[in-house]
Design a protein around this ligand. Structure first.
Ligand SMILES: [Zn+2]
Length: 196
């Protein structure tokens, strides 16, 4: 399914038309790997090709190979780390992600609406479009709402639609309670040896 959105400052439609915004596209890309269940939706080049095709990020007939799949996983896990609420990994210090982004050339398109267009075709085009979605999410204001669950065993990506952008977990009922229970136990344990 194609995705789209609107630029915050100028209200111009972003590169692709459709119902899905750039933050939702990135969320779905990150969630192709279920950390908790250790299930990878992108387990083969064929599955990666299908994923890109279904979102109109590559052309009909384009294929991906094992190297492209390895790049996709570098991008996906680099994004997940960059979005971790605990700031465990600084996006500026992910050398592998930085090296990948450096070989996805883009051109500024100066039509009626300025765009960032991938220069390469095939899988590289698909990967570049995912990288462009980061800039588009910043442009439409949704980037700060794109988060990764704060529970270290979950790391599920979600778009925080709360008014004050205060959500830390994908689900308060599951991951929020897990984190709170662990913190409570830790407090009890550390308090057990102290007087009073
Ligand atoms: Zn979670």
């Amino acid at each position: 399914m194609p995705y789209g959105g609107f630029c915050g400052p100028c209200d111009a439609p972003l590169t692709y038309s459709g119902v899905m915004g750039p933050a939702e596209l990135l969320r779905d890309f990150i969630n192709t790997y279920d950390v908790e269940g250790d299930i990878d939706e992108l387990a083969s080049p064929a599955e990666f090709t299908l994923w890109l095709r279904e979102r109109d990020l590559i052309r009909e007939g384009d294929r991906t190979d094992e190297d492209d799949l390895a790049d996709a996983i570098t991008l996906r896990e680099g994004l997940r780390n960059a979005l971790r609420a605990d700031g465990a990994v600084s996006p500026g210090h992910d050398a592998e992600l930085g090296a990948l982004l450096a070989v996805l050339p883009l051109r500024v398109g100066l039509g009626p609406i300025p765009t960032l267009e991938p220069l390469q075709s095939g899988a590289r085009q698909g990967l570049a479009r995912l990288a462009v979605a980061v800039v588009e999410a910043r442009c439409d204001g949704s980037w700060p709402r794109l988060k990764v669950c704060g529970e270290s065993g979950c790391l599920y990506a979600f778009v925080d639609s709360s008014k004050n952008r205060s959500r830390s977990w994908c689900s308060m009922r599951v991951c929020g309670n897990r984190t709170k229970t662990r913190a409570y136990r830790a407090r009890r344990q550390s308090g057990a040896g102290s007087p009073g």
